[in-house]
Design a protein around this ligand. Structure first.
Ligand code: HAM
Length: 413
């Protein structure tokens, strides 16, 4: 038997129903916040991700050569593709561009619950604004998603990688060593990060930087940092003014992707254990690296699959699906008549199915009961002569004759 690839999933009809409902929910919220949907290809030139994704993502990237010898990759994320799209085709649009996409991404990671090799991102980007208001908008949108799903426990950790970068710069740490330092901070290897600083700056400066990376607390921890923390303070004030509040400032949050320049944030849903991070994002500059203008951007991505697990753990359920009616033609009434009736009812907006298996009446009714059909519509010779259909309520077992012309109205009642 040929098995599916490790870390990938097949989705059953019930799972797809759930996933589509979650997608619709996210799509509607995004539209309400003024974002428009885009879709980019699943494959890109590998170099798109090489410039600024950082070693974490690159080591996990599915990359290969196509028959023409081009080095391609399955996208590990959606930010770089969306900015590439912007640079290729959307430069003439008025800014800010508020875009979102719900698509699959690929990373060669060790699979476990909440971590897959093919997974989905709900990604949101605001291109063209470096104003605190743009960052605040992201906090408000992501928080609105969590609140609307009634996530039982979630918390934002919010930092500003620009503050750390500024401090490294002021301490004389060479630009090319910044990323190395930030990766150690991202991996919570603070001692190694401190060791790295030795020899690159004075011990006093190193201590100051490490203290900065350990800064945690409410918004007041930013007050002693002066000008460097002005942007982050303003973002938090703006968002808080519109009802955002479930956060901790943590300047040790620097994110694993190399492109971030300012705000960085992560949302944790602790119940998910090791894979508790359900969302990550921040502000960055990528456009100039892809041949476009140096345009600021800011965005986030929810791990769609993790968000779904978190929502279900918090009691979220998709609305039930069922077939409104199932038409059963009893000999000598022919299948064509069942098909024609089903088509008529479908045109009136009902979800209707009919027997494709040549079942007799009792088997067809058994099928209706097991498939969760609401009404069985039985047409035998007598019903046909009378111009009626025998409508059987599959929940109560009650039957009534309904004239064909009144059928859809009666079902809707
Ligand atoms: P990221 O943190 O790498 O950020 O991914 C975003 C979210 O995707 C994570 O917080 C996590 O919930 C989910 N995720 C990551 N890897 C997996 C996996 N293997 N299986 C399941 N879920 C996973 C980004 O990718 C950035 N592009 C976010 C962003 C958008 N920044 C600015 N704009």
């Amino acid at each position: 038997m040929i098995q599916r690839i490790r870390g990938t999933r097949d989705f059953t009809p019930a799972e797809m129903h759930k996933r589509r409902e979650m997608e619709t929910f996210l799509r509607n919220i995004s539209l309400h916040f003024g974002f428009s949907e885009v879709l980019t290809p699943v494959m890109e030139h590998a170099e798109l991700f090489v410039a600024k994704s950082g070693p974490g993502v690159l080591e996990e990237m599915y990359s290969f050569e196509d028959r023409g010898g081009r080095k391609l990759a399955l996208r590990p994320e959606l930010t770089a593709p969306i900015i590439r799209f912007y640079v290729n085709e959307l430069l003439d649009r008025p800014l800010p561009l508020k875009l979102f996409s719900i698509s699959n991404c690929f990373r060669y990671e060790e699979p476990q619950l909440g971590r897959y090799r093919e997974f989905y991102h709900y990604d949101v980007e605001i291109i063209g604004s470096s104003e605190p208001a743009a960052d605040a908008e992201l906090l408000l949108l992501s928080d609105y998603v969590c609140k609307s799903l009634h996530l039982s426990s979630y918390k934002y950790r919010i930092g500003h990688v620009g503050i750390i970068r500024d401090a490294l710069h002021a301490a004389g740490v060479p630009k090319e060593r910044e990323a190395e330092f930030l990766h150690l901070i991202d991996k919570k290897r603070l001692e190694d990060a401190e060791t790295l600083l030795e020899g690159m700056t004075s011990s006093t400066k190193a201590e100051e930087i490490m203290l900065l990376c350990r800064t945690r607390g409410d918004i007041s921890v930013l007050s002693s940092l002066g000008k460097t923390a002005e942007h982050l303070t303003r973002v938090l004030e703006l968002a808080s003014g519109a009802g955002f509040g479930n956060f901790e400032v943590d300047l040790g949050v620097v994110r694993g992707l190399d492109y971030y320049t300012g705000l960085v944030f992560e949302i944790d849903f602790p119940e998910l254990g090791a894979e508790k991070q359900i969302c990550g994002g921040g502000s960055y500059r990528l456009s100039h690296l892809f041949g476009g203008p140096d345009t600021p951007a800011t965005g986030f991505a929810f791990g769609f699959d993790r968000l779904l697990i978190a929502a279900e753990k918090s009691g979220w359920k998709p609305a039930g699906i069922r077939t409104d009616a199932f038409v059963i033609a009893v000999e000598p009434v022919r299948e064509e008549e069942a098909a024609a009736l089903a088509m008529n009812l479908r045109r009136s907006g009902l979800s209707v199915d009919y027997d494709l298996m040549g079942r007799n009446l009792s088997r067809a009714l058994k099928y209706c009961a097991s498939a969760g059909v609401r009404f069985a519509l039985i047409i035998g010779e007598r019903e046909r002569k009378e111009g009626v259909v025998l409508l059987r309520d599959m929940e109560t077992g009650m039957e009534e004759k309904v004239p064909v012309a009144r059928l859809s109205e009666r079902i809707m009642e």
